[in-house]
Design a protein around this ligand. Sequence first.
Ligand SMILES: Cc1cc2nc3c(=O)[nH]c(=O)nc-3n(C[C@H](O)[C@H](O)[C@H](O)COP(=O)(O)O)c2cc1C
Length: 328
Amino acid sequence: MIEKRIKINNLNISNRVVMPPMCMYSAGDDGIATDFHVLHYTTRAIGGVGLLIQEATAVEPEGRITVNDLGIWDDGQIENLKSIVDHVHQYGTKMGIQLAHAGRKAQLPKAYAPSRIAYEGYEMPTEMTKDDIHRVIHKFKLAARRARLAGYDLVEVHAAHGYLINEFLSPLSNKRTDEYKDGTLFLEQVLKAVREEWPIEKPLCVRVTAEEYMDEGLHPHDLARIINRVKGLGVDLVDVSSGGNYKVTIKLFSGYQLGFAETIRKETGLPVIGGGLIEDIDTAEAAIHSGKCDMVYLGRLLLRDPYFVINQMDVEYPKPYIRGKKKT
Ligand SMILES: Cc1cc2nc3c(=O)[nH]c(=O)nc-3n(C[C@H](O)[C@H](O)[C@H](O)COP(=O)(O)O)c2cc1C
């Protein structure tokens, strides 16, 4: 049985299951959250998930993947985001938000990137000037302020899956010759800016692509080194994923990214969220018991089964549903 509770920074989380960020592409082109988002997240809160991390939410309109992404670039977006948070909190679940910029993977008229290198099959991006870089860093800061005002419990900076920050970090996509050829500098400045608005007692998480599945790309030790360089800025948690910056075929199996999580955990000393194709409670519990990770994310599983946690784990069953609880 998993030691259920966990405290990250000052945040008490009732169990170690995380719903990772998953884009729903269901906002209007104003980026404002809709009733769907309230229902979608609240359903998983009723379903007993310890921590929900809201889907990639764009810090500027050009940072969206599609025009239907959620946004947090305008004060007018705060009210509906707050409604998601307030509903989720009613069921004792903690609510995080992933702050994101799509970089060269934005499928919009203009896409920004550290260098003029397109993601396979995508349009050629615009190489960012230093002014562009400083603008985006500032947008992350403003987004963190809005996340605070909306009442989120955790901010996750999206540095994975081939989106903007990952593009800076990776030698596959960053061929700059100025100081930002050191891609960690960009991550560092984003985290510093976020921390200026994100209260120090609230957890700050970074999502990373720990393995790019290319010899010349990033590997878990590289990411551990990067995290060790920035963790002093107030990083409390690392959410370990892989891939996305280069089109490759990944060998998938249950828990396929847990080994990467274990390396990051060992080499940084920080708690990590791990996962990848976890389909059953035994694998989830074993991931934590074996010390590979501190929390487990269940993505697609929670899309199809929002009540997985209440049905598979020893957690409080929602009172109105007790008559439906399976007898053991
Ligand atoms: C529909 C969908 C949307 C996703 N959107 C995001 C996202 O917004 N941000 C992110 O970091 N990962 C995203 N992911 C990746 C998931 O967070 C997760 O890492 C991945 O699905 C592997 O976990 P799983 O095998 O338990 O589903 C998405 C995955 C799915 C299936």
